[in-house]
Design a protein around this ligand. Sequence first.
Ligand SMILES: [Zn+2]
Ligand SMILES: [Zn+2]
Length: 375
Amino acid sequence: MYIFLFIYRYIILAKKQKHCFQYIEMPIKCNTGCGKNAILKRPKTGHALCKECFFWAFEEEVHHTITAAQLFKPGEYVAVAASGGKDSTVLAYVMKLLNDRYDYGLKLVLLSIDEGITGYRDDSLETVKRNEQQYDIPLKILSYEELYGWTMDRIVSQVGRKNNCTFCGVFRRQALDRGAELLKVDKIVTGHNADDIAETVLMNILRGDIARLQRCTLIETTSDGEETIARSKPFKYTYEKEIVMYAYFKKLDYFSTECIYSPNAYRGHARTHLKNLEKIRPTSIIDIIHSGESLSVREGVRMPSQMTCVRCGHISSQEFCKACVLLEGLNKGKPKLGIGKTSKIKEHMETIPEPQKGEKTILNGVKTDKKLLDF
Ligand SMILES: [Zn+2]
Ligand SMILES: [Zn+2]
């Protein structure tokens, strides 16, 4: 009995000591030699840094990305796509900071899309409204309701939860373009980070989608159509973990809740895989992006051509863009139109009357409304 107690005590002591050993760490000096103690380890490089040196490194990398790719010209009007989430909040903050620090000479505006998701977007939009005050950047909110006549809540009630992300993604992409056109901005910046891009590279490889694989690593996307507004990703090489760290240490006000509707399952798998790779080798994220950038398509391979939608005039790889097809399905009570087989699309679409001459439509008859331009 005594022997047993002795052994038990020994084990407890050993456990405590092991814990203490891990706990007592020598304070490490910041790797930059600034003299301060480090408080964090940079996920991207493994460097031990103090708070100020981390902020500086983070901001300078974004500045370098912007200048190396010549993303902006002085005097340009730039919309920051703002959702209230961590990426776009940090992007708005850093764009404002760099614009002031390096005299980019840009006029900034926050552009938010309200998908009409109760309990998710309404809360995140409150965050964006606070950001408008905090960063002193004007805000414009455009809703799916205004642009398409449908909120996501209503779409989900029609199509169920299986395919709703298809609608949301397609509509959001075009909504940003529509909003940017209304605001007459020169460029749009989005908060896509290195993790997002690496995930997309993986997904496009797994799907064999060569056309998207080529496009997805571009820092700036412009289509050949002169009417499309350029979009760029200043966080292309910025790790998600560092964005979270930056927001945390800067105490930025952002909204962090997953969308209440089902997440994109396929992307979820790519994401989990990427996170596992990052644990073993943090540079995996950048390495995947570089791999994506280096891939090119052999000459003579037929690629899908970019055209403009005959209904709404936005870029499309088909005669009718996906947004018009999905919207038509919703309005006709056939929400499955545009999901899955494409053979039936044309005959349905041909029944829609053409817009009158000189009449600029937002989408399928929703006319450009001056009201949308008011701040
Ligand atoms: Zn330091
Ligand atoms: Zn269209």
